[in-house]
Design a protein around this ligand. Structure first.
Ligand code: SF4
Length: 176
């Protein structure tokens, strides 16, 4: 088996939503060499070879795989966390077994859209960032013409998890 096991190392409730959790888990071995194959196989993956890391979605859950660990946002509960771990372990091992039939992709295939980023912003159009709307701010963030720190409301406890997701996307795009 390519990836033997995954162990949860950290788990905490989402601040904005008590019904969801975020967690981190360690891999028993380095899995970075499988990332180009996952990127070739999963059409909506976001791959950054410099980190290296790859972000994938499982419905509303956001899962970022690094070479030796994974970070998950918006899991439902501890049971869901274990199901996600089984899913990732299975995905990685299947991809490894099928890698002769998969064309690896070494570049980032897709970036989040402005609407996807907008959905994690406060959406109150307060203009504190200097933009007329949150959507305009999201659009400029994606092209590196705005700084996430300019969105002051996003740094309140209420939006802490949303900030984590946006920072993850910016990290994947090489803006952090
Ligand atoms: S500061 Fe944040 S909440 Fe206010 S308009 Fe800009 S992006 Fe929207």
């Amino acid at each position: 088996m390519y990836l033997e096991d995954i162990f949860i190392t950290y788990m905490q409730s989402c601040i904005a939503d008590d019904n969801k959790i975020r967690f981190k888990a360690d891999f028993t071995n380095d899995i970075a060499k499988i990332f180009p194959y996952l990127n070739g196989k999963l059409k909506d993956a976001i791959y950054n070879k410099k980190i290296p890391a790859i972000t994938i979605r499982k419905e509303f859950r956001i899962i970022t795989l690094y070479n030796s660990h994974m970070a998950v946002q918006k899991a439902l509960d501890e049971t869901d966390a274990h199901e996600i771990i089984d899913y990732i372990k299975d995905l990685i091992n299947k991809t490894y077994n099928e890698k002769e039939e998969i064309e690896p992709l070494y570049e980032m295939r897709s970036k989040p859209t402005a609407i996807e980023i907008y959905n994690y912003l406060p959406k109150i159009n307060c203009k504190k960032c200097g933009e007329a709307t949150c959507l305009a701010f999201a659009t400029k963030l994606l092209i590196g013409q705005q700084d996430i720190k300019k969105c002051e409301p996003l740094y309140s406890d209420k939006y802490k998890d949303n900030l984590n997701v946006i920072e993850k996307h910016l990290e994947m795009m090489g803006f952090k």
